[in-house]
Ligand binder design. Sequence first.
Ligand code: COA
Ligand code: AMP
Length: 629
Amino acid sequence: MGKYEDVFRTSTEAPENFWLTAAEGIDWDVAPQRALDASGAPFYRWFPDGRLNVCFNALDRHVDAGRGEQPALVHDSPVTGTRRTYTYTQLRDEVAAFAGGLARLGVEQGDRVVIYMPMVPEAAIAMLACARIGAVHSVVFGGFAPHELALRIDDAAPKVVVSASCGIEGKRVIAYKPLLDRAIELAVHKPEKSVILQRPQERAELGADDVDWADLVTAAPPADCVPVPANAPLYILYTSGTTGKPKGVVRDSGGYAVALHWSMGAVYDVGPGETMFTGSDVGWVVGHSYIVYAPLLVGATTILYEGKPVGTPDAGQFWRVAAEYRVKTMFTAPTAFRAIRKEDPKGLLAADHDLSGLRHLFLAGERLDPETYHWASALLDIPVIDHWWQTETGWPIVANPVGIEAAPVKPGSPTRPLPGWDVRVLDPSGDPVPPGVDGAIVVKLPLPPGALPTLWNDDERYVASYLSAFDGYYLTGDSGHIDDDGYVFVMGRTDDVINVAGHRLSTGSMEEALASHPDVAECAVIGVADALKGQVPRGFVVLKAGISREATEVEAELVQLVRDRIGAVASLKSVAVVAALPKTRSGKILRKTMRGIADGLDEPIPSTVDDASVIEALRPVLRRTGRTV
Ligand code: COA
Ligand code: AMP
């Protein structure tokens, strides 16, 4: 029996022992004596009697152990032409200074702080500063528009918001301050203060409730680490659900620290003094876990890259970064590799760089198509590892754990479940399906440390969204199968969530935006396959009776409406005015059928259809690809 089987078996036979042993990788103020408190099931709590500070574990303890001069975080920014390395000592001091500033603004343990920032080191500093004083951060991805930011401000009710004067998106400078001001105007909850990092590319005018980052850090003494209970929330990260209201995924402190620390060795094979480059954004879970927390928890060096895989200025930047900082493990989304491949199909730009230090490429965020897998494997000649996880889980569910034992890869599968994850596939009535048969992918409760304990202020929605479909199981929202060798194949979402360029978005929220247009009677947004972005949304609307405007004019307004409401990141570039939408006899729009036709599949027309001629009329519009407004 191989090592993977041994480790996995230990984790299932004696989970409490397994995780208490893993917990030894963390410095506790009060070490946990118990691993799991199941008394409140289905609400489980890990390490219920432990106390710790996550920032201390990410920074101070490495300085105390003699790593103070080692690089902790490198900001590499081709879009501003700057680079800056922070040693562990420097990062600890900057974090302590900002934490002192937050405390001066009245931020206390348990208070929320919303962080709306581009990929600058101060974003990570603000996150760690919150962790240092026991405040709960909620990072909002910079590509979201004011309306989305306002929804999150209202839900998290932050005392303070931290932002920057601007971000740089490719060649464009995007002023953040007006977006933040608009969001605060839209929100019912008003934060007391906004801290603004002034960037030289475009400074912001500050108002009465704004504080300049630079002034704040000099105005207060540095703050020490505040030990918190292991179950204290470290952060809230909003993610798309099926409705327009995002779900506030809660992350605890102790379970998360233990799981991330364990995953760095077992899954990513990165240890103290080694370098990890995660090409994502701090606004996503991948950024939270593998740009900020996990590399620092193990005393590694992390790269915070401000730029795109292509166009800033070329498709060789990922290779440059990997070579320049002697990256051992790289992690990004498949779409980034598809973008690089499109620009540089032969991978010629990689040849300019010494990639001999690169050992593994990890990909996640969307399905890894076999073509991209083969291209990356051939180009880099290192293991290319697909792994599957979600904002909710905080770390991978299924992966090829190269730090334990590398298993043979089956392209199209992220390999086997990691220790702690009891993955099953069920049919609609909750019965297990045979190997190879598709069904709903679920995880038997309890979930391992690091996974969400609940949704922010909404236990009911947590149960309704994840635990109510199948008693005793967490519903992942993905469908797929497990083969005879235990390999998991993730085929796609079963709900209205789509993945566009590795960004998780809700078609439901786009429909809400379209429906708010005064001329729209009803609408549907579906995710269709896209060669670069994996999926892109397409909208279909029926206009109210009596509206006789030019279709193209309304379509252009609708595209702009979604951009303004949700953000450019929604990538809704195609909206079509149609005569009718296909429905079942009970009035449900047949989105799955529409998606199948748009993707060119041999989509059966369901027997429940109300009027098949509506589908026939829509078929040529659905099949028409690339019709962008
Ligand atoms: N702030 C403001 N706008 C943003 C933004 C941000 N942080 N991020 C993206 N946008 C804008 C883009 O400029 C683009 O605007 P446009 O419609 O005016 O061109 C729009 O949102 C769509 O962005 P995106 O889908 O990212 O497309 P792109 O063409 O700019 O880049 C890729 C395509 C593949 C290069 C890019 O998506 C990428 O690098 N993806 C990596 C995936 C990733 O980081 N995933 C996170 C999970 S691992
Ligand atoms: P997010 O919460 O943004 O991380 O998105 C999670 C969703 O992305 C999952 O539920 C899947 O639908 C999809 N996803 C992530 N990783 C993979 C993968 N390796 N293979 C297939 N789908 C993936």
